[in-house]
Structures are given as C-alpha cells and as structure tokens.
Design a protein. Structure first.
Length: 75
C-alpha cells in the first residue's frame, strides 16, 4: 500500500532553497570589534535603503560601507 502524502509536509520540513543572505555567516570581523552607529532617517529613505540592500543581496552595513567607500573615492 502506498504511503499517504501529507499536504503540510512541505511546510513542516525546512526549506532547502534558503537564500544566500539568510544562510551567510555574520562576517569576518567579530561583533565584539564593531561599534554601533545609530542615527535617524526619514521612513521613505529607510525603506528604499533596505530594498536596495535586499536587491543586491547585501547586509545593511555592507551597503552603507560600500556607499561610503564610493563617496570617499569621489571626494
């Protein structure tokens, strides 16, 4: 007799197609060596910045660092 298929089995098993950013390690620099940087920005900027990082498969601090490095090259 064939085994009955559970329609919820896929939802109960962990996903095998996890995006790279979700499975990526924290980084090469230990968190203990990092310094928090906190400031307030308009909500529309925050949404656009987060979307830009997501579109490029980057963490927020990676995108900020990349933007700053490009700014310094042009200054």
């Amino acid at each position: 007799m064939a085994k009955a298929m559970n329609p919820l089995a896929q939802a109960m098993n962990p996903r095998k197609d996890v995006p790279q950013s979700a499975s990526r390690q924290r980084g090469v620099v230990p968190s203990s060596e990092l310094v928090p940087l906190q400031f307030r920005m308009p909500p529309e900027f925050v949404k656009a910045f987060k979307q830009a990082a997501l579109d490029r498969d980057m963490k927020l601090n990676e995108l900020l660092n990349h933007c700053f490095q490009e700014f310094m090259k042009k200054s």
